[in-house]
Design a protein around this ligand. Structure first.
Ligand code: ING
Length: 312
């Protein structure tokens, strides 16, 4: 019996700062209903899918910053989303800003993604590891990218069994680092769910802007192929508070081929029937890690943080 999961890459258009969570949840529920009508099992929403991409601004007032985070999941604003997904028999992936409390009651802030299974249980929770941008206010920039200020890095890349397969998550900048996919691949991952909010313009390297779409698909296609896994990349797209965000949401097969993708910058579903058994022909041959990998030669990958060129 093939293990087919019908997946919707549920791209969102822009979320403006004035948009309320209730208005956004309505858009998410509309996606759920369309996906259910199309026979989907899983709906994948983007990174920070409940609010505008707030790290583009420098906040001095912590109370104002906290308004962009969820202290509960589900909470009052998101309970309708969980209820509707369960009613429709759908699993879903959601990215959001998490305000957690540690045992000492201290606030911990994460850029979080969860996978909720068809019974409404949170099967996987992931905290973004690779936080791009900067920590201090840099007024020279057209817009800030303060993820290093507003979030703590997560401590790993967990997988979970759900929908008959092995699922993992990554968030936005994580998708540019090959280590992300390999750590998930070493746990047998069969589908990696990746939400992203990617500005077309990167102030420190404007010369890359013209290639932002190419780089987006390049890294996800490589990650899929090199680890024999499906990858679903889902954008929050369009012009958000004057900042243009890349779209190009897509579903990528273990072969590295894009099998479905969005064509607009707005709310749009790209749907694909994903046979999880398609991973096997890569995991069992070319990328049979147990047979072909040579960890004794890879020590630097963990021992070194920055590059250390040889002496002149
Ligand atoms: N966004 C970006 C990403 O890696 C970035 C970081 C900003 C890239 C600007 C390029 C230009 O896709 C997030 N949220 O990680």
């Amino acid at each position: 019996m093939p293990r087919v999961v019908t997946v919707a890459a549920a791209q969102l258009g822009p979320i403006q700062r004035a948009d309320t969570r209730a208005q956004v949840v309505e858009r998410l529920i509309s996606h759920l209903r369309t996906a259910a009508a199309m026979g989907c099992d899983l709906v994948v929403f983007p990174e920070l899918a409940l609010t505008t991409f707030f790290p583009r601004w420098y906040f001095e007032d912590e109370a104002e910053l906290d308004r962009f985070y969820e202290a509960e999941m589900p909470g009052p604003a998101t309970r309708p989303l969980f209820d509707e997904a369960k009613r429709l028999g759908l699993a879903f992936h959601l990215g959001y800003a998490e305000l957690a409390r540690d045992d000492a009651g201290r606030a911990r802030r994460y850029n979080t993604a969860i996978l909720v299974d068809k019974s409404g249980q949170i099967a996987l929770r992931y905290h973004k590891v690779h936080l791009p941008g900067h920590r201090e206010h840099e007024p020279w920039r057209k817009f800030q990218h303060l993820e290093k200020r507003y979030f703590e890095p997560g401590d790993g890349f967990p997988v979970a069994r759900a929908l008959g397969g092995i699922f993992g998550a990554a968030i936005c900048n994580d998708r540019r680092w090959s280590e992300t996919y390999r750590v998930l691949g070493l746990q047998g991952v069969e589908m990696v769910l990746i939400g992203y909010n990617t500005p077309i313009h990167n102030p420190p390297a404007p010369e890359h802007d013209v290639l932002s779409g190419f780089h987006n698909h390049l890294v996800m296609q490589a990650g899929a192929y090199q680890n024999g896994t499906w990858v679903v990349g889902v954008a929050k797209a369009g012009v958000e508070e004057g900042c243009e965000l890349l779209g190009q949401s897509c579903v990528i097969a273990p072969s590295g081929e894009i099998v479905a993708r969005c064509a607009t910058q707005g709310d749009e579903l790209a749907v694909a029937r994903c046979d999880l058994d398609a991973c096997a022909s890569y995991k069992r041959t070319l990328f049979n890690f147990a047979v072909h990998r040579q960890p004794h030669a890879y020590g630097m990958i963990v021992e070194r943080k920055g590059a250390e060129p040889p002496p002149e």
